[in-house]
Design a protein around this ligand. Structure first.
Ligand code: PMV
Length: 344
């Protein structure tokens, strides 16, 4: 048996992807940054066979994940036809729990896609440049989970065609081509775990509800405008504009959920209390903290590295009281996936 192993981080969107069409194509462009510490390690072992796929999650059975990953692998037949002559054994290990406000599908699907692209290289002997390899991996990851397409790269990443990002595509993600201002280069992200129980409505259902959403068109147009504004802020180091856009996107995402038919609420009272505290702290201290939200109740607190001590103190004093068992995950912007040798 041969083995391939990739470690791939999750990411958090600043401009949200919410709504899709066709084969996992986004209804609007998005921008995220890739996390550093919160990752999935996928180990793929293969041998000659007949397309049998065995899947473990954290070393054990997980029927939901196994079904999703098997369907995903089966859907890749047109791109990776050699898969029908192999048996695969896959172990996917997350170093962070499910449903804590970190998209586990982004890290799980991107690390699996990277393993499959490395497998293609080994089996077919395809010689791709590093950038072509990553583009293909991003394309493959997208087919598994839209947001996973962005996790193939480190730093700030966009996905979805935008007139403001010439190299952008709906089919794969691309890293931002300019160097962001130093204010945003070492962005910290502390994820405040308000509630880690599984969500009542998952993101697939949320995307589906956007198909008939009365505000969908305005939302998709708004995302394009927000992309242009955020790009300018990232270049110029404009923290006020960054905060304005990022928080508007977070609240906008949840407003779309509330105004879907049927409407639903993923935020908890503790999420709102944290948001209020963050805004008060910013006003009082002038420290440019901001928040974003994934499709769940947990709050991502974003802040510059030099303010770490003051913000950590604020978290301990004022925010942990709203967290389930006082839990939080300290993470920051990261460099992207890593191929691990088999023994690692
Ligand atoms: O990749 P999906 O289908 O799980 O959708 C993710 C959507 C959000 O996390 C809410 C936003 C985003 O752009 O990541």
């Amino acid at each position: 048996m041969q083995t391939i192993r990739w470690k791939s981080p999750s990411n958090i969107a600043l401009i949200k992807y919410w709504g899709k069409h066709g084969v996992q194509l986004p209804s609007n462009p998005s921008i995220s940054f890739t996390l550093n510490g919160s990752h999935t390690t996928t180990t793929l072992s293969y041998t000659a066979g007949k397309a049998k796929v065995e899947l473990l999650f954290n070393g054990g059975q997980n029927d939901k994940f196994a079904l999703r990953a098997k369907q995903y692998i089966a859907s890749l037949g047109p791109y990776l036809p050699f898969l029908k002559e192999l048996d695969l054994h896959i172990n996917s290990e997350n170093n962070f729990p499910h449903s804590v406000g970190i998209a586990s599908s982004a890290s799980a699907m991107s690390s699996l896609a990277l393993c499959l692209c490395s497998l293609e290289k080994e089996i077919i002997g395809t010689k791709l440049s590093k950038s072509d390899f990553l583009e293909k991996a991003s394309f493959m990851a997208r087919l598994g989970s839209g947001s996973a397409s962005r996790s193939v790269y480190g730093g700030y990443v966009s996905w979805g065609k935008s007139q403001y990002i010439p190299e952008s595509s709906d089919e794969w993600a691309t890293p931002l081509s300019f160097e962001v201002h130093e204010n945003f280069r070492e962005l910290q992200d502390t994820i405040l775990i308000v509630d880690e129980r599984p969500k009542a409505i998952g993101s697939s259902e949320g995307h589906r509800l956007m198909e008939k959403h009365p505000y969908a068109q305005q939302r998709f147009e708004q995302a394009h405008v927000h992309i242009a504004t955020l790009l300018k802020a990232l270049k110029a180091g404009d923290e006020n504009t960054f905060i304005r856009i990022v928080e508007n996107e977070a609240l906008g995402l949840h407003s779309l959920m509330m105004s879907s038919d049927p409407g639903y609420i993923l935020l908890k009272p503790g999420s709102l209390q944290i948001i209020e505290k963050i805004r008060n702290f910013r006003e009082k201290t002038g420290i440019p903290v901001s928040f974003t939200l994934d499709a769940g109740p947990n709050v991502h607190l974003l802040y510059p590295a030099p303010d770490k001590e003051a913000v950590q103190d604020f978290i301990n004093r004022e925010l942990l009281v709203y967290c389930m068992q006082k839990r939080r995950i300290d993470d920051h912007i990261g460099k992207g996936p890593e191929k691990l040798s088999s023994g690692e």
